[in-house]
Design a protein around this ligand. Structure first.
Ligand SMILES: [Zn+2]
Length: 579
């Protein structure tokens, strides 16, 4: 009996000790939360506690989640308490595929994405040409002939010829990039500076579009854009380097501000040059990165020696990670540049083309695996996807000791049905862009026919059900960075005209949210610190105006970001959305 009582006393003593250390010290004044969110719908995406009302943040990380009453205990005199008034909070959006510098650059260019026809574009260029000094390049971005309400007056295959543009801008070279980024339209001055004439041969992997007399029309596909881009680089090279660097820094800042306003707390930057990565690193050193970057290196020149020095994990207080390489296998479907197994339905003489040789891609993939880098390859057409799966498979087999590689295929847009299950089998991540399905929908069947479109194009549901990890992104600036538009497209597959594009390939809202948070964290080896609202993880959180998981579908797109919290700090507040 005596022994039993001692035991009971000892257990009680232990319980008191446990309580005093866990609860009492947790609410000691010195240990109160910096920020508390209460009276909300906290969607943690953590299966162990999927929904809560309140959340406490200490420093950079999430301290606790629970009921508003539970979290009251963490409120001290210095705690900032935010009453969510029923609004939802979700993990910060992770942009799975974007181009940060380009996103900043387009904000300094003519936005042609909303132009209703070619005439409007000519007018915009004409106005700019009157304002800038002769010789200065005029750049525009985002035009797409399929969006026009009428064809150009003088057209070849639905595309304009350069003459009108050349007339309104005789002294200034004009470079207008297609929305896909895989073609450009230029004027006579730009053709002249690029040295493109009737006798210029098409470069490998590119096409200079010509009229009946074989004169260039101004349209340049894929690698043919290189001539003009080189001419632009020559122009840039004459400018003072300090001026160019300042311009780039400003572009990066503009892009980061835009990301924050859309609730994006981490951005997967899909292919930056080493010199751009140097700028990211400088910004990280100076504490000036406003969002977290997961950067893929776009190889240029002597990658082999430089690769080890550029591998950065959680650099700059967790704001910069560089541990992957971005490669390209083909072009885009819209510009007939995607590499297909069978010819295009609307261009039967062509199957598109590879933009890089299998040998080069294999060599770089080898380099990646030897240096512990993830390899992420752009592949659109079914042939491109098959070839890159083959390359990955071969490289994996040659290095059986390398584990947890998480290599990705960016876009994975059009797949042969036989290749769908290979993603999960090889552990290859399908890095999709939900919104590409609805943006491209008006012309996909025209390009590849009904059967191929149904069986293998934008097959998010088939990929998800095959157990592949499916991640999501916008490919911004190809599409708007807005994750909510992308979420809407992913769960509805609804086209601008209201009809749906193969709706059987929709993801559920839960899946779509995971594809934009935890799955993107996984694709960056960061699922232990991001992607769910779990105590201990980074306090990267977005508060929305509406509950996108339950509101009627037609209200999803009017949902706005109210707060973007990153690293425990409120980095963006939308006062209008609070009314
Ligand atoms: Zn991209």
């Amino acid at each position: 009996m005596k022994i039993k009582w001692t035991l009971v006393f000892f257990v009680v003593f232990l319980m008191v000790l446990f309580f005093s250390t866990s609860v009492f010290t947790s609410i000691a004044d010195t240990d109160k939360a910096d920020v508390v969110l209460k009276n909300g719908k906290i969607m943690t995406l953590d299966p162990s506690w999927p929904q809560a009302e309140a959340l406490a943040i200490n420093g950079r990380t999430i301290r606790a989640v629970g009921t508003t009453r539970d979290i009251e205990a963490f409120v001290g005199p210095a705690t900032r308490v935010i009453d969510l008034e029923g609004r939802p909070a979700i993990p910060g959006f992770i942009e799975g595929h974007g181009h940060l510098l380009a996103l900043g650059q387009v904000q300094m260019m003519l936005d042609l994405s909303k132009a209703r026809n070619w005439d409007e574009i000519v007018t915009m260029v004409a106005e700019t040409a009157q304002q800038v000094k002769p010789g200065r390049w005029i750049q525009g971005w985002g035009w797409h002939q399929e969006k026009w309400d009428k064809p150009p007056t003088h057209s070849i295959d639905g595309l304009p010829t350069h003459h009108e543009l050349s007339n309104v801008s005789p002294q200034n070279p004009v470079l207008l990039s297609h929305a896909s980024g895989h073609a450009s339209f230029v004027n006579a001055k730009a053709l002249e500076l690029a040295g493109i004439g009737p006798d210029t041969p098409d470069p490998p992997g590119g096409e200079i579009v010509r009229d009946h007399n074989s004169r260039p029309t101004g349209m340049l596909r894929e690698a043919a854009q290189g001539f003009v881009k080189d001419a632009f680089l020559r122009y840039q090279a004459q400018r003072p380097s300090r001026e160019i660097k300042a311009e780039k820094m400003e572009q990066i800042r503009l892009a980061m501000m835009k990301a924050l306003a859309h609730g994006v707390t981490t951005f997967h930057d899909c292919g930056s040059s080493l010199s751009t990565i140097d700028l990211f690193r400088q910004l990280a050193d100076e504490g000036r990165l406003l969002i977290r970057l997961y950067v893929m290196i776009k190889p240029d020149g002597a990658l082999a020696e430089k690769l080890p020095a550029y591998r950065l994990t959680d650099y700059g207080n967790g704001y910069l990670t560089v541990r992957s390489i971005k490669l390209y296998m083909d072009g885009a479907l819209g510009s007939h540049g995607a590499w297909l197994l069978e010819p295009y339905a609307d261009k039967p003489e062509s199957t598109g083309f590879a933009t890089e040789s299998i040998e080069n891609l294999t060599r770089t993939a080898e380099l990646g695996i030897q240096n512990g880098f993830q390899v992420n390859t752009h592949a659109i057409g079914d042939r491109a996807n098959r070839e890159i799966l083959d390359i990955y498979e071969k490289v994996f087999q040659a290095h059986p000791n390398k584990m947890d590689l998480r290599w990705r295929i960016e876009h994975a847009q059009h797949l042969h049905p036989d290749d769908i299950s290979r993603f999960a089998a090889l552990g290859v991540i399908a890095s999709i862009q939900g919104i590409h399905a609805t943006s491209d929908a008006p012309w996909v069947v025209k390009r590849i026919g009904e059967k191929r479109a149904r069986e293998g194009a934008y097959v998010w549901r088939k990929l998800w059900d095959s157990s592949a990890v499916v991640t999501n992104g916008s490919d911004t600036p190809v599409e708007d960075i807005d994750p909510i538009s992308n979420f809407y497209a992913t769960v509805t597959r609804r086209k601008p005209d209201g009809s749906t594009f193969f709706p059987e390939q929709r993801l559920t809202r839960k899946e779509a949210l995971k594809s934009y948070t935890i799955n993107n964290a996984y694709a960056a080896f960061e699922e232990n610190i991001k992607g769910t609202l779990t105590p201990g993880k980074l306090a990267d959180i977005v508060v929305l105006s509406e509950d996108i998981m339950t509101i009627p579908v037609n209200q999803i797109r009017s949902t706005r970001v109210v707060y973007t919290i990153i690293d425990g700090k409120i980095a963006y507040t939308n006062h209008e959305a609070m009314r």
